[in-house]
Write a protein that binds this ligand. Sequence first.
Ligand code: ZN
Ligand code: ZN
Length: 370
Amino acid sequence: MVVLKKNGLADKPEMKTGRRVKSLRLELEKRSLDGLLLTDIKNIRHLTGFTGSAAFALITMDSAWFLTDSRYTAQARQEVKGFRFRIYKKALDAIVELVKVQRLKSLGFEGNNLSYDNYLKFKKALGAVRLRSVPEIPAGLRLRKDSAEIARIKASAAILDAGYLKAMEVIRDGTIEKDAALQIEMAFREAGADGLAFDTILASGPRGALPHGRASDKPVRKGELVVVDMGVAKDGYNSDETRTLCVGKAGREEKKIYQIVKDAQGRAIDLIRPGVRAVAVDKAARGCIEGAGYGRYFGHGTGHGVGLDVHEGPNIGPTSTDVLDEGMVLTVEPGIYIPGWGGVRIEDMVLVVKDGFEVLTGTTKDLVCL
Ligand code: ZN
Ligand code: ZN
């Protein structure tokens, strides 16, 4: 459950670029498109292996172009294989020229990434070229992770243990939320994180009812539940995990609601295997919480994919059309948020494997009382 991303950059080139370009061309063929312009830097990284921050990629049925500016020439030559290079001064001019020289009649682009202003500029400069937004093509290529990606995601997830151990060490009656978050974030760095996947969420007592409650100046108080949502980036890949702790002895209500969320999360995870619809996973968690009478306090989706972005496909929510498949990495994170009282969320990252699932986040899910 995050918005901000601060991804670190890897120094190693990605693998299997060729296979991804082939898959992308199949998708272009299905849609009768002559080419695809990629502007999203994560999608460009996934396709080309480039870990810098300024680039474009233009894929046609018989050519694959990588475009960047002079700051990244040396890095790109090292990281990007199997692409033709174009070093630009003005990106738009270089892209338009390539599209015209190759006589493309139609061009796909990422409508969820290209700004409206730039879209208008392209439209004007490209004249008769048919433009069509197809963000589902690059997003689809990223749904199933290959073995190199899974290894990186596992390494990213393993770092979270250090942060959670630190949370258990520093959270006490009187601890300021922000101070605890800083300690947790330092523990991540010490454990090898390149950076944070998002600002650590640490919300105690009534603040726990805010699903995105970032650490504040509020002191944690005895008897309060504390929602801790953590994520790091490692070699470009993100991780995401939430635990809810109790300071001092947990009250009856706290124990009861914790158990409902824990059961809901367990049931949803147990369903995970290739071929299962994402809505079924959401329904398992939601049904459990609704059955206990807390349905109106669970307002968000049950989970999301994690990879180069901390939020990506598949979507595990009530309106999702996604179907789980081997190699997908997703979170399962039901919660109950009661205004004025507080909240409980439990979140794990789960890898879909051939005959079921593998949980990638390892820390205990018993209610820890500090
Ligand atoms: Zn999270
Ligand atoms: Zn999440």
